[in-house]
Design a binder for this molecule. Structure first.
Ligand code: MG
Length: 304
C-alpha cells in the first residue's frame, strides 16, 4: 500500500449536520449533554450548531443557548455554521471563534438549498469571511454536491475547482468537499482530489463522505492514498440523507475510527467515548444508530 497519513483529523458533524436532518427536535439540554460527551472523546473539531434565521430550521433555533451551555474543552474547535452577516453577528456575540460557510458545486442545489446562485452565495460569504478574518476567527468552507447533485446528476470537476478557488481566495482555513448524496466511488475521489491539489495545499482539504450506497470507507481509503488527512463523520451515522429519506447519510464516526485505528493511523479520539455519545443521543431520538462499528461494540458490551 502507498504511504498514508500517520495522523488524521476527524471532524464531528453530529450536533449540526446530524441533528438538523433528524425528524425529531432535541431539547437544548440534551444537545449540550451530547456535545459535552463528544468533547470528552478527544475529537478535535465539532460542528456545534448553526446561526441560521430563527425558525428556518426547527431543529436548530437554540444556537446561543447551546454555545453558552457547553463546556468547551481546550484543543477542540467548536465550529458554527453562519449563512450571512446577520448570523455572523449573532455568532460573534455568542463568543463563537470558528465559523463555517456553506455552498455547493451545482446551481440547482444551491438555489433550492439556500435560495441563491453559487455566485450570490460566494458574494454573501466574501463579506462574512472578511469580517471573520478581521476578528481572527478560524474559518471552514463546505462545498456540497461535489460528486453529484440530487437535481442535476453529474457535477463536473471544473465546477468544484471554481468554487474551491473562490473560497480559498477569500482566505478560508479549511475546505470540506461533500458527497452530499453519497454517490462517489473511489476513482472519482482520486480525480477530484487531484484537481483540487493542483490548486491548493492538501493540508487544507477535508472530505465529507456519505455512506448512502456503502461507499464511504472505500472513498476514505482512496482519499488517504491521495494524502488527504481530514475527514468529516457523524457519531452513530446520525442524520440520514435528506435527499433519499430512509437512506443512510453521513459516514459514522465510529466506522471511520475503527478503520483508521485498525490501520494504525492516529486520531487522538477514543472510539468507546464516541460510542457513549451515540448511545446517549440514540436514547433521546429513540432510534438506533446506523453505524456498524457502534452495533458491534454494543453487541460485545451485552454479550453474556
Ligand atoms: Mg453530511
Amino acid at each position: 500500500m502507498t504511504t498514508l497519513p500517520k495522523r488524521v483529523k476527524v471532524c464531528e458533524m453530529g450536533p449540526r449536520d446530524g441533528l438538523q436532518n433528524e425528524p425529531g427536535v432535541v431539547s437544548t439540554a440534551d444537545k449540550i449533554r451530547y456535545i459535552d460527551l463528544l468533547s470528552a472523546s478527544g475529537l478535535p473539531l465539532i460542528e456545534t450548531t448553526s446561526f441560521v434565521r430563527p425558525n428556518a430550521i426547527p431543529q436548530l433555533t437554540d444556537a446561543e443557548a447551546v454555545m453558552a451551555g457547553i463546556g468547551q474543552q481546550p484543543g477542540v474547535t467548536y465550529v458554527c455554521l453562519v449563512p450571512n452577516m446577520r448570523g455572523f453577528e449573532r455568532a460573534r456575540a455568542a463568543g463563537v471563534r470558528s465559523i463555517a460557510v456553506f455552498t455547493a458545486a451545482s446551481e440547482s442545489f444551491t438555489k433550492r438549498n439556500i435560495n441563491m446562485t453559487i455566485e450570490e452565495s460566494l458574494d454573501a460569504f466574501r463579506e462574512v469571511v472578511g469580517a471573520a478574518r478581521t476578528d481572527g476567527m478560524w474559518i471552514r468552507g463546505y462545498i456540497s454536491t461535489a460528486f453529484g447533485c440530487p437535481y442535476e446528476g453529474h457535477v463536473p470537476v471544473e465546477s468544484v475547482v471554481r468554487v474551491a478557488n473562490a473560497l480559498a481566495e477569500m482566505g478560508i482555513d479549511e475546505l470540506s468537499i461533500g458527497d452530499t448524496i453519497g454517490i462517489a466511488t473511489p476513482d472519482r475521489v482520486v480525480h477530484v482530489s487531484e484537481a483540487l491539489q493542483r490548486e491548493m495545499p492538501v493540508e487544507r482539504l477535508a472530505m465529507h463522505f456519505h455512506d448512502t450506497r456503502g461507499m464511504a470507507l472505500a472513498n476514505v481509503l482512496a482519499a488517504l492514498q491521495m494524502d488527504i488527512g481530514i475527514f468529516d463523520a457523524s457519531a452513530g451515522g446520525l442524520g440520514g440523507c435528506p435527499y433519499a429519506p430512509g437512506a443512510t447519510g453521513n459516514l459514522a464516526t465510529e466506522d471511520l475510527l475503527y478503520m483508521l485505528h485498525g490501520m494504525s493511523i492516529e486520531t487522538g479520539v477514543e472510539l468507546e467515548r464516541v460510542r457513549d455519545a451515540s448511545r446517549f443521543i440514540a436514547g433521546v431520538l429513540q432510534r438506533a444508530p446506523v453505524s456498524r462499528a457502534y452495533a458491534a461494540l454494543e453487541a460485545q458490551a451485552t454479550r453474556p
